[in-house]
Design a protein around this ligand. Sequence first.
Ligand SMILES: Cc1cc2nc3c(=O)[nH]c(=O)nc-3n(C[C@H](O)[C@H](O)[C@H](O)COP(=O)(O)OP(=O)(O)OC[C@H]3O[C@@H](n4cnc5c(N)ncnc54)[C@H](O)[C@@H]3O)c2cc1C
Length: 387
Amino acid sequence: MNTNRTVTTPVETDVIVIGAGPTGLCLGIALLQSGIRTLLIDRLTRGQNTSRAAVIHARTLEVLESLGVTENLVAKGIHASRFSIRDRDRTLVPIDFQRLPTEYPYALMVSQATTESLLLDRYSELGGRILRPCAMQSLTQDDEGVTVSLDDGSCHRARYVVGADGMHSTVREAVNIPFVGASYPESFVLADVRLSGELPHDEVILFFSPAGMIVVAPLPDGQHRIVATTDLAPEHPDANWLQALLDARGPEHHPLKIREVIWGSRFHVHHRIAAHYRTGRVLLAGDAAHVHSPAGGQGMNAGILDAAALAKALNAALQGNTLALTQYGDVRRPIAMKIISLADRLTRLATVRPRLRPLRNSIMSLLGHNPRLRRRLALELSGLNYR
Ligand SMILES: Cc1cc2nc3c(=O)[nH]c(=O)nc-3n(C[C@H](O)[C@H](O)[C@H](O)COP(=O)(O)OP(=O)(O)OC[C@H]3O[C@@H](n4cnc5c(N)ncnc54)[C@H](O)[C@@H]3O)c2cc1C
């Protein structure tokens, strides 16, 4: 902690949150609801209008309920009550969310753009402020607070600062917290498309095949999300390229046809976690603290749950219990490690070498007959086992 610096800027607010993505917005809402003065800062003029994280799990919906967002969200999304792992036409592992102990026994399929827009509406409704477009460049902290310097030359000062500024977090780098982990060699392809063919409207399907894996999930407005691992993916996959992928990996008896590609992207996947979530008065949450493969659709969900836990910890700290800030990391970091491990297991299963794939499918099919195991997986995917 820098204690030698002469502080000239007065503390103007309780908490500054760097990053107005889903994590930062949720944190902002939760803090404002507790009467804590909050300022969000984001480098972009407006939120990114891309689909990205398309699934919200049951535990996240429970938590978003207390932020006043769930009712609007569930009205906008598809309620997928089943998830299955298939080998082309054969179901290996069927997972049913309908019997989960929650008011939301499904995975809500909705684009991240819609989720962020509803979060922003709620934050604004509470009178929340966002400074944008402004990028944080550096920060210094002392015994009283933290001062952040922005690229427009201005400085802002708060009791605490949270880095909710994504995978390449400037906040994490400013306080020298190592981001430990590695990258997968394969790239992932993601696309929102319109399909024709026989497909259940309330089921997320993960197809394993000798050629690799592909996920097909329903989205609102008659769209479907496709996610696949591949060695050589184009930056913007077109209909022909995606069709070849579906033909090689998707259902054989009732093939699916791509009618339109609405959005597509290729990205490399990392699995990394911050060595710790706190340095003095600076904390991390969301992708700034942990990133992993999209298998299991946990990334944004984990960030939202971090935000809810951190809001409580900051509330306690502002009332004198600063230990709560350390406890936040003690609780949330092991959960992120478990999520990384689940995503890693699913990714390794999906990308297993071709000669081992028949063995993998036989083992999965056997395990898929075990109802206790299926329920455990449902609880893990929905986040309900971390209540
Ligand atoms: C192509 C793609 C597909 C994905 N698919 C899925 C999926 O299927 N399921 C899933 O769960 N997750 C998925 N994810 C991950 C998901 O999008 C993230 O987990 C989620 O966005 C994390 O939210 P966040 O608020 O922590 O960070 P971000 O959404 O990254 O938001 C960070 C914010 O900080 C701002 N910022 C960054 N640096 C600064 C700075 N120096 N100063 C000010 N502002 C700054 C950025 O502008 C941004 O608005 C996907 C991501 C990508 C890129």
